[in-house]
Design a protein around this ligand. Structure first.
Ligand code: 6R9
Length: 646
């Protein structure tokens, strides 16, 4: 933990939307009078019918129910596009920067309007109706944004699946959402490499119901197989429909999207977000956290396949009439200067990225940064995992030239928007701390029994009351929603994160306390990797844990027990890594894989992950009590054959 404090820079005190005093006042009001507070801030959206009922929420274990603005009526695409046309038709809405630095494109709000309407009409012609789920499996091209906004326009529910996921993962998500429509592209392009999105979709659909329709965007022009009656080219269909499409009137609690995310057990779950509360929260956090002012050029480097891309590339910025940059590529292509070159090229003012990218670029050396200007930058942001103080200091000193505050924003797919974060004009910064709660967020720490911890303390992070951006349910499984988030500590939302609160009341997120791994800022359940491993014919049992990794934050360590008669080898090890990548996707690649003749189990057969974690973390001296193990000897074997870190 770092004890350094960075005060709010003088020029920020002058221009920022809120100072410390205003933050405290607004925060207090948001907690003591939520109805009044949120009714007032709901005015930042355009409603067909202004909500009168504001907050109607319950965290009670036997009645978890979350409704915000329930009598309000609005449309998300109208809020992100139509309402800006009067003032900003010719303003750039989206700057698109291609994987190849030679290609970029600016899309004005007027163009965005036409593109989204056309896309909406194409979807309608395919048969998409209000409430239908549309799976979007796309590269980072403007059409991904058009497709999402088109769904919002016609009241369809999008389910974006990250383009790095495998056909199997895609199929699972299509089936779980009972989605009959897929939007994809011929191929994606990242770091000069092609990603066979359409071929993956074809593969996935073999495992689906067979009555899906596919809309294909042409990105690379690579050859793909088109199945008559099922697949259509977007550009052919778009030419046949008008560039006007009436927006659907949506109730505030109508679903907007599903986004699958990993938990500690079972398959990824469909996190469901609704219309009014989500958009309000995305737009408000985007404005206050990034201190967004009219005319700012804003860049979030996430992929739209993750929640950060939903809330902070698309919905938040566009609801605020901002210019948002969408980047197709990766941080180190063609060189490790790419981020900083893009910042100079488009004069980016606000830059939001993940610690894993910062650590990787830090490793590439300062020269790649120093050869660029970055004078346009005013504010830096971090999201996805805890940022270690060294990476924070480097980001501040080298990238931000000691001039730009860093907002370390803690939140989750489930929370819809940022919940714990500095506000740049209000909050003194401490490297590695997400600092204080955003408006409407009431965090607390509890011990394992659920007792509240007061003052300076470390414990489990819970949230005591609802905020508008909160997920409403797990798609199709409300009981799983209740069990996952409200059963560990009754009456509270459990985040799954561990956290420390210091003497100034600052929050320091320490990482997941459940069986979720945060690998390069991507969430993975250990159970998912384990089930991928055991689906290999030679594997009998597997246990997966995390270990500290310099770049990824957490690396994936797998213990694998083979079927009787099978022999571990480097070839089999590679084969298993490939197998996991094929089952889930490259983000789930095991970093270290150890063949283990036996796993440490209790007499009742429970795998003692605590011990496996310690071995993976190199802390053999500190294994704790092993007396309850059925066969303590397996531990010696595990230690003797531990895989070394790369
Ligand atoms: C937005 C997003 C959520 C998990 C979360 C926590 C970790 C995110 C963080 C952070 C420390 C931060 N996390 N932001 N940990 N400091 N600023 O990342 O959503 O993919 O659902 O991940 O990420 O562990 O619980 P998601």
């Amino acid at each position: 933990m770092s004890d350094k404090v960075y005060p709010v820079p003088a020029q920020w005190k002058k221009r920022a939307l809120v100072n410390d005093e205003q933050y405290k006042k607004m925060y207090a009001e948001s907690i003591t009078a939520p109805d009044k507070f949120w009714a007032k801030h709901a005015k930042r959206l355009d409603w067909f019918k202004t909500p009168k009922k504001i907050k109607n929420t319950s965290f009670a274990y036997d009645n978890v129910s979350i409704k915000w603005f329930e009598d309000g009526v609005l449309n998300v695409s109208v809020n992100c596009i139509d309402r800006h046309l009067k003032k900003r038709a010719d303003q750039t809405a989206i700057i698109w920067e291609g994987d190849d630095p030679y290609y970029d494109k600016k899309i004005t709000y007027r163009e965005l309007y036409e593109q989204v309407c056309r896309f909406a009409n194409v979807l309608k012609k395919q048969g998409v109706k209000k409430g239908d789920r549309v799976t979007i499996y796309m590269p980072m091209i403007p059409e991904a944004a058009y497709a999402m906004l088109a769904c919002a326009r016609i009241g369809a529910v999008h389910s974006v699946v990250f383009g790095g996921f495998s056909p199997d993962s895609l199929a699972g998500r299509i089936n779980d959402a009972q989605s009959k429509f897929v939007v994809t592209a011929d191929e994606g392009l990242r770091g000069g490499k092609k990603v066979p999105l359409k071929a993956n979709t074809d593969e996935a659909l073999k495992k689906c119901s067979g009555d899906e329709k596919v809309v294909v965007i042409r990105r690379t022009g690579g050859a793909v197989a088109m199945q008559a009656g099922r697949d259509v080219w977007y550009h052919e269909e778009a030419a046949k429909v008008p560039a006007e499409c009436k927006p659907e009137k949506m109730k505030a609690e109508d679903p907007l999207f599903i986004l699958y995310t990993s938990g500690s057990t079972g398959k990824p779950k469909g996190v469901l977000h609704t219309t009014g509360g989500y958009l309000l929260f995305a737009s408000m956090t985007h404005q206050y956290v990034f201190d967004y002012h009219d005319g700012d050029i804003y860049w979030c480097t996430a992929d739209v396949g993750w929640v950060t891309g939903h809330s902070y590339i698309l919905y938040g910025p566009l609801a605020n009439g901002a210019t948002t940059l969408m980047f197709e590529g990766v941080p180190n292509y063609p060189t490790a200067s790419r981020f900083w070159e893009v910042i100079d090229k488009h004069q980016v003012n606000i830059f939001y990225t993940a610690p894993t990218a910062i650590r990787a670029l830090m490793g590439a050396g300062e020269d790649f940064v120093k050869r660029t200007s970055r004078k346009s930058l005013r504010l830096l942001g971090s999201v996805g995992e805890p940022i270690n103080p060294e990476a924070w200091e480097w980001y501040h000193r080298v990238v931000g030239d000691d001039r730009c505050p860093i907002v370390d924003t803690w939140w989750q797919t489930e929370t819809g928007g940022i919940l714990i974060t500095p506000l740049p004009g209000a909050t003194k910064l401490k490297p590695g701390s997400a600092t204080r709660p955003f408006f409407g967020c009431k965090p607390a720490l509890v011990d394992d029994k659920g007792e509240f911890l007061k003052g300076e303390a470390s414990g489990n992070l819970v949230i005591l009351d609802s905020w508008p951006g909160q997920m409403r349910t797990v798609y199709g499984d409300h009981e799983r929603f209740v069990q996952t988030y409200f059963s560990a500590y009754k009456g509270m939302y459990f985040t799954g994160d561990g956290c420390r609160r210091d003497k100034d009341g600052y929050y320091w997120i320490t990482g997941r306390v459940d069986d979720v791994l945060n690998v390069s800022g991507h969430r993975l359940g250990t159970a998912e990797v384990e089930s991928a491993l055991v689906s290999h014919p030679k594997v009998s049992e597997a246990a997966v844990v995390g270990y500290p990794h310099d770049i990824k934050g957490t690396g994936i360590y797998c213990y694998v027990t083979l079927m009787a008669g099978e022999q571990g080898s480097d070839i089999l090890r590679k084969d298993l890594v490939t197998h996991v990548r094929k089952e889930i996707g490259p983000i789930a690649s095991p970093d270290l894989l150890q063949f283990a003749p036996g796993l440490p189990k209790t007499r009742s057969g429970k795998i003692m992950r605590r011990i496996l974690r310690k071995i993976a973390e190199d802390e053999f001296g500190n294994l704790g009590d092993t007396s309850t193990l059925a066969d303590p000897a397996v531990v010696d074997d595990l230690i003797a054959n531990r895989q070394n870190k790369k």
